[in-house]
Design a protein around this ligand. Structure first.
Ligand code: ATP
Ligand code: MG
Length: 454
């Protein structure tokens, strides 16, 4: 129920207003301007009914002091007919309206109702705007970091535009999910979303895959076939791993994007392109261009708007949210497994470098769920590499807090590095030594020093 403050020195006025409004709202009364200001400091009000002439601080001074605060409720001034000029002064100080005394009961009730409705709408707008700012997902992408919220805002904006978007980011950062979100939020959402994995199709078949072919176009072309460009008509064509495209198909693709028409292989009819183009790559395409592996003109065609998905290690705030989501997903699917993540395990997850980004995190959680048979996922359920990160971090902390000397810390680090190399190479000493850039003899000496054995 909305809350209304009545500020008037006359008990009669306060009580009659309380009776009048008690069905519409909660009424709080104050017998002076100061008492009114105190009441407002204690409780949020949705509307104030204010008498102008009161002993002590006047209604106008009350308004003045209020106008210095932010987010104050609307004020309706109650005034005797004689003092309409004062009412005008009150309006100038920000009062929403005024009512002359003696007031008409129905008119006042309607006025209060309207102002309260307006106030509720304003509140709703603020709440919805906040919610948009606080959103932690778009499509299937989730994240709460500032970096991901930037991505969400870009996706929302870009979805409405027909521009070609190049989605860049390391492997496993969610490029495909971003492409789907761009399609699903676009005016083409009811049309098809057609992904093409440029890395998975042999060069010789690429052209026919993209543009289709006529019957008899080549030996295996027994029937006419529609290509991905045509299949995506009215929708979105997603050229995934575009950095892997060979020079021949690159040239054909450039032409299709430039002229917005295609021809099926072995055909002569030109077909208009009616698909929005999205592309993705985990390569540094600009460098590929510099090194002559990717056509510069094609690069500029697809690089109209770039969308960069940041690596997971640069947005560690997202790790917990993602890990919990993956845990919940596994739990719902299997009907078993841990429901929570221990503090230690969470720290280990947050400290890891995540070279494989969100995909790696998803795999780590999946694996942990199958290993863990208690309610809470523990650090022991995580791969050795993650626990190691915590151990080296602990060493660093011990050094900084003076619990360990530099010499001991370095020795422990060395031990960790040796163990890691040996484990990675299945305790093959020659290969581990190679990886560490030392001789096998030196490795052996160091293994003895640290008493490292399988
Ligand atoms: N922000 C995210 N929220 C939820 N799941 C995510 C997110 N990012 C990635 N994933 C999940 O991680 C996996 C990899 O995502 P996706 O296939 O979109 O990555 P990618 O960038 O296309 O990787 P690649 O370059 O290796 O193809 C998927 O299982 C996806 O569901
Ligand atoms: Mg991908």
């Amino acid at each position: 129920m909305p809350r209304v403050l009545v500020v008037d020195d006359e008990t009669g006025v306060r009580e009659s207003l309380r009776m009048l409004l008690k069905d519409e709202c909660e009424v709080v009364t104050a017998d002076s301007a100061d008492a009114g200001l105190r009441a407002m400091a204690e409780l949020p009000m949705d509307l104030v009914l204010l008498d102008l002439v009161m002993p002590g601080k006047s209604g106008l001074t009350f308004l003045e002091e209020l106008s210095e605060q932010a987010g104050t409720p609307p004020v309706v001034v109650l005034t005797a007919t004689k003092t309409v000029t004062a009412a005008v002064a009150a309006m100038k100080l920000g009062a929403a309206d005024y009512v002359t005394k003696p007031y008409e009961i129905d008119a006042l009730r309607i006025k209060v109702r309207q102002l309260l409705q307006h106030r509720a709408l304003e509140r709703e707008v603020v709440r919805l705007t906040d919610e948009l700012d606080q959103r932690t997902r778009i499509g299937d992408l989730i994240g709460r970091s500032e970096a991901m919220r930037d991505v969400f805002r870009s996706i929302e904006r870009l979805a409405r535009s027909p521009a070609t978007v190049l989605i860049q980011g390391e492997s496993g950062t969610g490029k495909e999910l971003a492409a789907r979100a761009l399609h699903d939020l676009s005016p083409r959402a009811s049309g098809p979303f057609v992904p093409v994995n440029c890395a998975a199709i042999p060069d010789t078949l690429m052209e026919s895959e993209l543009f289709g072919h006529e019957r008899g176009a080549f030996t295996d072309a027994r029937d006419r076939r529609i290509g991905k460009f045509e299949a995506a008509a009215g929708g979105t064509l997603f050229l995934d791993e575009i950095g892997e495209l060979a020079p021949g198909p690159q040239a054909k693709l450039l032409r299709a994007l430039q002229e917005r028409v295609i021809e099926r292989v072995g055909g002569s009819q030109t077909i208009e392109v009616d698909a929005r183009i999205l592309a993705a790559t985990n390569r540094d395409l600009e460098r590929e261009v510099q090194q002559g592996r990717f056509r510069e003109d094609l690069y500029y065609r697809i690089h109209v708007v770039p969308l960069l998905l940041p690596p997971l290690r640069e947005r560690r705030e997202d790790v917990k949210l993602l890990a919990e989501r993956f845990l919940k997903k596994a739990h719902e699917r299997d009907g078993r497994g841990p429901a929570r993540i221990s503090r230690d395990a969470q720290l280990a997850l947050e400290r890891h470098h995540w070279p494989g980004n969100v995909r790696e995190l998803e795999n780590v959680i999946e694996r942990a769920v199958t290993l863990c048979d208690s309610e809470v996922l523990q650090q022991e359920d995580l791969p050795e590499a993650l626990a190691r990160g915590v151990r080296t971090e602990a060493l660093r902390e011990n050094l900084q807090s003076g619990q360990l000397s530099l010499e001991n810390t370095v020795a422990s680090f060395e031990q960790e590095l040796l163990r890691e190399a040996l484990e990675r190479h299945n305790w093959n000493q020659t290969r581990a030594a190679d990886a560490l850039g030392i001789t096998r003899r030196l490795l052996k000496i160091k293994m003895d020093k640290h008493s490292l054995t399988k």
